[in-house]
Design a protein around this ligand. Structure first.
Ligand code: TRP
Length: 450
């Protein structure tokens, strides 16, 4: 087995720097674009409730497990499992993660490109011409059906992620997140006030906050679980990789709690912006991936300084997407650097280009390839579905089993308690990781298939 060298690894500048970078990975299109549209498609309040259960009972314990594995080994996901259990099949979890990173970033780059385009289109005011979300949605539909534009913006997004990852993980990422997160929060609060004061907004609040359990089926639960993994960047070693750049001085448990709370707060807040507006403006909540891009421009055009707000919002969203995109790219890149021995530059350029190419058919799925369907799903939907609803929960479940049963809670706890105060909820965490997490994921999979 090759012994990868760690001396090329940067470390986070500070504890807050790490929390912000990990939050930067977690907070992204998953919160702002995906969460509202799948909540809309899956019945509103009841979905939100199940999502929250998945976040705290399944996501939070796994995030701590990933941080711990990363800091213990200082390695990428493949290297980490190899180092702890040489010559066993457990390393498969690491490879699965690298594959998931490839797949997710391929379509993530497409949506990231949409946000960049909407910055440009806010400047030219073309997105703000529509008072009604139906017209704004039509405009968006035309835009994403245009192959050249979509692919150019996707390339731009990938290029930005690659430019940052080539410079290495800390520095740029940390500083960007420091400014971004609070600003995003403030602008969402402003937008929430605007949405809630639209006539008819309360219908949306009701849809969002009052659960209707008749809408819940096993597939809905699987989607909520997949979304919890997606939103927290779990199940493919992204948080493991970020943890690997962490020094032993840090407090893993409080970092985990902060990241989970920040991510969840942003998602819930976005819902309070979108749903009141959806109902007030007479749009369907089950609109799909175009939901946010139809509703928000209509909200912006209905408010004072709408153009400025729109520009600021899409800039923030693009940065949030980039800080997530780089964490996806970093997993794959770290693998090629540590395990294959490539230079960072070679890894970023090669991997970035391949992911971009793989993303092109996803980008075309809303236009020239919209009729290319397999089991009623477009290329975009298939890649998203395989990665988010299967690879991530499976990877998370296997990570939990690995930490809970193979590597062992005791060793994990020893790592967590290095240089830090006692791990007060160690027993609860051990219980969740050993029993609740694996059983919950397995149960959801089984329920879906039988
Ligand atoms: N969590 C990010 C979001 O919500 C996306 C993301 C970044 C991700 N890294 C990940 C998802 C790793 C799954 C796994 O937008």
């Amino acid at each position: 087995m090759s012994t990868p060298t760690n001396n090329k690894r940067g470390f986070w500048g500070s504890r807050m720097g790490f929390v912000l970078a990990a939050s930067g990975s977690a907070i992204g299109l998953g919160n702002v674009w995906k969460f509202p549209y799948i909540t809309g498609q899956n019945g509103g309040g009841a979905f939100v409730l199940i999502y929250l259960v998945c976040i705290f009972a399944v996501g939070l314990p796994i995030m701590l497990a990933e941080f711990t594995l990363g800091r213990k080994t200082n390695l990428n996901p493949v290297g980490a499992f190899k180092a702890l259990q040489p010559n066993t099949a457990w390393v498969g979890i690491g490879y699965m993660g690298v594959v998931a990173g490839f797949l997710i970033l391929s379509f993530y780059g497409v949506v990231g490109g949409w946000t960049l385009a909407y910055i440009v289109k806010s400047f030219s005011q073309s997105v703000l011409e529509f008072q009604s979300p139906k017209d704004a949605g039509q405009f968006f539909g035309q835009f994403i059906a245009n192959p050249t534009e979509v692919v150019i913006y996707q390339a731009l997004f990938m290029g930005l992620c690659m430019a940052i990852v080539i410079r290495g993980v800390h520095g740029g990422i940390e500083r960007a997140c420091q400014v971004l997160m609070p600003t995003l929060f403030v602008i969402l609060l402003i937008l929430m006030v605007r949405s809630l004061t639209l006539p008819g907004a309360m219908e949306g609040v009701k849809f969002y906050l009052s659960p209707d359990f008749s809408k819940i089926t096993p597939s809905v639960i699987l989607i909520a679980l997949g979304q919890a993994f997606f939103s927290l960047s779990l199940g493919m070693g992204a948080m493991l990789t970020y943890g690997s750049y962490l020094s032993e001085k840090e407090n893993l448990t409080s970092a985990t709690v902060y990241v989970v709370l920040f991510d969840t707060m942003i998602a819930l807040l976005v819902g309070m912006v979108i749903f009141p507006a959806v109902f007030a403006m007479g749009l369907e909540p089950a609109e799909g991936p175009s939901l946010v891009f139809s509703v928000l421009p209509a909200v912006f055009s209905s408010m004072p300084f709408g153009t400025v707000v729109s520009i600021i919002f899409f800039v923030l969203l693009a940065i949030a997407a980039i800080t997530s995109g780089i964490s996806l790219l970093e997993v794959v890149v770290a693998y090629f650097i540590d395990q294959v021995g490539w230079t960072r530059k070679k890894a970023v350029l090669t991997v970035g280009l391949i992911i971009f190419a793989l993303g092109i058919p996803s980008g075309l799925s809303f236009g020239v390839m919209s009729d290319v369907k397999f089991m009623d799903k477009t290329f975009f939907d298939i890649v998203d579905n395989i990665a988010s609803n299967y690879l991530l929960p499976l990877g998370g479940m296997l990570t939990a089993i690995f930490v809970g049963w193979k590597w062992g809670i005791a060793k994990a706890r020893e790592e967590i308690e290095k240089h830090e105060t006692r791990f007060h909820w160690a027993n609860l965490w051990g219980f969740l990781i050993r029993y609740v997490t694996p059983v919950a994921v397995a149960f959801v999979f089984l329920a879906k298939f039988f």
